[in-house]
Ligand binder design. Structure first.
Ligand SMILES: NC(=O)c1ccc[n+]([C@@H]2O[C@H](COP(=O)([O-])OP(=O)(O)OC[C@H]3O[C@@H](n4cnc5c(N)ncnc54)[C@H](OP(=O)(O)O)[C@@H]3O)[C@@H](O)[C@H]2O)c1
Length: 288
């Protein structure tokens, strides 16, 4: 199994960290345990994480502020990737902020709160529909704005999130795309085709919800009988089976599991040294 993959001109380890679980419930407000959140971030880097995924709208501002407090000044090899295109209201709703001007302002906010003048990559987080039914913003205009931010030196690479294969093709016709971040896991394999396209094109594929997310209404990888049975046989936590399956799926898959606990972080980091056998992979495939 390969241990690293290129991301926006850097080489990152395949087990990274997603910062969405650090703020309070519903990804709003301060963490339940601020000291633990800071420990999670510091321990992640100690354990070799050099790819952290975040967003200004986590908290909002909470994840970025914690990352800055825990890790600034950042290690030279730390890739910080953010995403733009969403804003929150006071109730915690996830609202589109998709115009080119909003995307630019969101990048600037990320730079300010993270305390950097450059982000490794930024994903355009597409949200299709405005609540008032007004027209969606053209993908082409959004990608062009992020490409301009890259050419100005503010971001190292342009990524896409929550996109279709057609969106990916349209964006690649405009500029280089360095990563795609879509939902994908053992319990949600609808994005297989986009993943395969990224593999073919040498683009990093960064599955979000790799364990099924923290949202209670979505199925959890760690609840699947085939996963828990296999984990018990191997004597490892169930999460490791789900993450190892993703690493085995293709070399361009980069993991960013989210956690608010050091204990879970340690379990997830150990995935880098754990491989499923061909028989176990076949067993998981058959169950899916
Ligand atoms: N582009 C996008 O639109 C988008 C959307 C969602 C997420 N993301 C990114 O993707 C990252 C990953 O997604 P996610 O955090 O939403 O979901 P996830 O990684 O699939 O799952 C997170 C949930 O799993 C739990 N968990 C983590 N490690 C565990 C372990 N070893 N054993 C048991 N439970 C474990 C966490 O609880 P504890 O906190 O208790 O560990 C949390 O409830 C995010 O952090 C974020 O950076 C991007």
């Amino acid at each position: 199994m390969t241990e690293t993959f290129p991301l926006a001109g850097r080489t990152v380890r395949r087990v990274g960290f997603g910062a969405m679980q650090l703020p309070g419930p519903g990804v709003m407000g301060p963490p339940r345990d601020r000291d633990e959140a800071l420990r999670v971030l510091r321990r992640a880097v100690e354990r070799g994480v050099n790819h952290i995924d975040t967003a200004q709208f986590y908290g909002p501002e909470v994840s970025n502020e914690l990352i800055r407090e825990a890790l600034h000044p950042y290690a030279a090899d730390l890739a910080i990737v953010s995403k733009v295109g969403v804003r929150r209201d006071e109730s915690g709703a996830w609202l589109p902020a998709q115009t080119p001007a909003e995307l630019r302002a969101d990048v600037e906010e990320n730079l300010r709160t993270l305390g950097v003048d450059h982000l490794t990559a930024v994903n355009l987080r597409r949200m299709d529909e405005y609540a008032d039914g007004s027209d969606d913003v053209a993908l082409e205009d959004q990608v062009a704005e992020l490409a301009a931010l890259r050419d100005e030196g503010k971001i190292g690479g342009v990524g896409l999130s929550t996109v279709s294969g057609a969106d990916l093709s349209a964006a690649r016709a405009i500029t280089e795309i360095v990563c795609v971040q879509n939902p994908f896991s053992l319990v949600d394999q609808k994005d297989s085709d986009v993943l395969d396209s990224c593999t073919e094109a040498g683009i990093a594929y960064v599955p979000y919800f790799p364990l099924g997310s923290a949202f209670p209404h979505l199925p959890k990888v760690t609840d699947q009988p085939v996963v828990t049975a296999l984990a018990a046989r191997r004597g490892v936590p169930a999460a490791r089976v789900g993450l190892a399956w993703l690493l085995a799926r293709a070399d361009n898959v980069l993991l960013i599991p989210g956690t608010s606990s050091v204990a879970h972080l340690e379990e997830n980091m150990a995935t880098a040294d754990f491989e499923l056998t061909e028989e176990e992979l076949a067993e998981l495939a058959a169950a899916a």
